[in-house]
Design a protein around this ligand. Sequence first.
Ligand code: SAM
Length: 277
Amino acid sequence: MIRNLNIIQRGDSLKLINFVDDNSIDLIICDGPYGVTNNGWDSVEAGIQRYNLNLIKLFSSKLKNGGSLYLFGKSDCIDFIDYRPYLTLKRKIVWYQPSRLAQGKTNYTNNYDFICFFVKGSKANVFNLDDIRIPQLVDLTHRKRCENVPSVTNGTWGKTKFNDRGKNPGDVWGDIKQLTYKSKELVSRDALNTIQKPEILIKRLVLASSNEGDLVLDPFAGTGTCPAVCIRHGRNFIAFEKDGDYVDEGNRRVAKEIMLKRKNRLEQDSYLFASNA
Ligand SMILES: C[S@@+](CC[C@H](N)C(=O)[O-])C[C@H]1O[C@@H](n2cnc3c(N)ncnc32)[C@H](O)[C@@H]1O
C-alpha cells in the first residue's frame, strides 16, 4: 500500500492506483487527458468517454463514502457513459474563458472546459461554501430591490437573502483566467501545453470539498498545482505523474510550500515567545 504521502510519485496512475487503499480518499482531483490534442500525454486510444469511464470505475473504489471527485474535460467528456453505478453527478461546472481566441470558421469557438463534480453516494461529506464565496458585485439599490423578491429553496418560498461574505460561485466560473505565457506561476512555457491549472482554480475545489488533514488524490499531477495547494492549505496528498521533468518540477513546488510553512510557523513561535517573555 502507498505510504509516500506528500510527494509526487513518478509512474502510470492506472497502475499505481492499485496500491492505494480502497475507501481511503476524501477528494480526487482528476485533471488527466482531454483527448483533444496530438500531445503524447493527451492521446487516448479508445476515445475519451471510454477512458473516463475506466477512470471513474478505478478511482471511485478509492473514495470514502461521501467523498468527492472532480473530473476535468471538454464538453463531451462524459457523454453516453453510465457512471451511475459508481458515482453521483452533482454538477457540471463550466470553466468559462471569455477571452479565448476565436479559432475556426465553420463552427462556434469552444471557450469553456467542464469540471464534473461527482460524489460517492448521494451526499457530499464536505462542502465548505463559506470558504469559496465570491463577491456579490451588485450595487446597493439593486440589492435592496432584490431583497423584496421572493426566492425558492427546496420548494418553499422565502426572502432573497444577501450574504455579506459573498455568494455561491455557481456553476459557470468566468472569474478565473487560464494561465498565459505572462503568468507568474507558470513553471515553464512547455507547461501551457499540458494545461497547467491556475492555483486559485484548484484551491476552490480543494477548499470546498476537503477539510484540513484530509487525504487528496491527484492521479495526473502535471506541474504539481494540486499538491502545492494541498500543502498550503493543510491537506495531505497522494499524487502520480508519468513525465519525469514535471515530477521534479512539481516536487520542487511542494518543497517550497513546506519550507514556507515551516518558516511561518517558526516566525509565529518566536513572536509568541517574545510577547510572552
Ligand atoms: C492536464 S495535465 C495536469 C495538469 C496539472 N493539473 C497542473 O496544474 O499542472 C495532465 C497530466 O497527466 C499526465 N498523465 C497523462 N496520463 C497519465 C498516466 N496514465 N499516468 C500518470 N500521468 C499521466 C500528463 O503527463 C500530464 O502532465
